[in-house]
Design a protein around this ligand. Sequence first.
Ligand SMILES: C[S@@+](CC[C@H](N)C(=O)[O-])C[C@H]1O[C@@H](n2cnc3c(N)ncnc32)[C@H](O)[C@@H]1O
Length: 256
Amino acid sequence: MSNKPDLALALELLKNPKYPRTAKYDPEWLVGLDMGCPTFWLLERLCEAMELRPGMRVLDLGCGKAGGSIFLAKEYGLQVWAADLWISPNENWQRIRDAGLEAHVFPIRAEANKLPFAEQFFDAVIAVNSLFFFGTDDVYLRHHLVNIVKPGGQFGIVVPGFYNEFQGDLPATVPDHLKVYWESCMLYTWHSAEWWRRHWLKTNQVEVELADNFPDNEGYQTYLDWERIIRYKEKLAEDDAGRNITFVRLVARRRT
Ligand SMILES: C[S@@+](CC[C@H](N)C(=O)[O-])C[C@H]1O[C@@H](n2cnc3c(N)ncnc32)[C@H](O)[C@@H]1O
């Protein structure tokens, strides 16, 4: 839930030279695609840690309004399947056409537990701010995701999470200032980078190349900046003041 976005702040922050690719886009367009996170900043840093080459087939899993899919096609020359459950492919197709990317981005309605793709179809799967809805299931990677990527292909994941797992019995041990968000933001599916690393490694399907909170505290800072730009009613990052909340980045490769 949010009030009207702060467009003046968006203009200021989205032209940040630290994110030269994102800075090329119209801040108002970026803000209009919001579904809870600064997709473009996160994607820019995620892709730096991946090996992406023009022409690769990539699944944008839980693509939302497909802004990230458009970014991936434009910035890296990828062919992108923009798959989502809640947002209609008709709506996304309109955006893709407006961007002139009809030959590069393909919208599809898909349920993450029943992905309609051939085995080994993709060179990579990218998922920004979506995997915590379905991917915390222990069997998800093995039973629903890994097979659609080629051996040696990559996974690039961003999820909201915590620097460290909370200890003791939950939700009792959740810090008081986060208790109000536990249910509404589904914090019980949020985890640390180390949790995700072990969660995927134990399936024996992938090598985990990177599991971190983004360099230079950007996992938290981007969360906070976006929260201010969009003016969410729930001020999670502001209330947390850098203690627990961060975006988590995971890069893995299917074993050959
Ligand atoms: C928070 S939004 C993020 C969207 C987009 N990646 C972005 O960065 O703006 C999460 C997305 O995950 C998708 N999602 C949630 N559960 C899903 C499922 N079971 N199968 C496919 N997509 C799902 C939703 O449709 C939603 O658009």
